[in-house]
Write a protein that binds this ligand. Structure first.
Ligand code: IMP
Ligand code: MG
Length: 177
């Protein structure tokens, strides 16, 4: 039996709290939310909706980033820009939006990439953070919830491209990995 970690209702509350924290910091300043595909999708959509209630001046873009094979990080982070505009993040306040912070290697690489491209300010927002797994000095600026170091799926998070569609987050038992 899989254990549900966060229900749809609990996730909605967490996302609303994250939006309120971002809105309080960025009131009156334009923000580029930069989602890391594919895992950011439901989270980013809900976060945008919640931010719209606070009337934050938003633009949205995406990077395609991958490092996981099955349930383990390869440690090699690949970044692909999706915007056709080469200078899409120059002098912008960028908030990277990702589903989960695990080793931190993805955020570390993406932050350095954005700084090299001339972003004015680079912040990060993750829905989940796995306890005790950070291999970097980075701490996400906005973090929804801290979870135990288990492999989780749902609400955008996948295992070999499965389970992204679930409206809740559950632990994937080891015998199903
Ligand atoms: P990091 O680079 O180790 O911090 O990992 C970040 C990326 O790994 C996330 O964007 C996810 O795509 C993936 N990831 C890490 N942990 C999990 C998990 O428990 N389930 C699904 N994907 C995960
Ligand atoms: Mg990801």
């Amino acid at each position: 039996m899989s254990e549900i970690l966060y229900s749809e209702a609990q996730l909605k509350k967490v996302v609303a709290e994250l939006a309120a924290a971002i809105a309080a910091d960025f009131m009156g300043q334009p923000v580029l939310l930069l989602g890391l595909l594919k895992g950011c999708q439901p989270f980013l959509a809900d976060l945008c909706r919640q931010l719209s209630y606070h009337q934050v001046d938003l633009a949205v873009d995406y990077l395609q980033v991958s490092s996981y094979v099955g349930s383990a990080s390869s440690g090699k982070v690949k970044i692909k820009q999706l915007s056709a505009d080469e200078a899409f993040c120059r002098r912008r306040n960028v908030i990277i939006v990702d589903d989960i912070f695990d080793t931190g290697l993805t955020l570390q690489k993406v932050m350095a990439w954005l700084q090299a491209k001339g972003a004015a300010q680079v912040k990060s927002c993750v829905l989940l953070s796995k306890s005790g797994c950070n291999q970097t000095a980075i701490v996400p600026d906005y973090c929804g919830v801290e979870i135990p170091a288990a492999f989780v799926v749902g609400y955008g998070l996948d295992y070999n491209e499965k389970y992204r569609e679930l409206p809740y987050i559950k632990v994937l038992p080891e015998n199903e990995q």
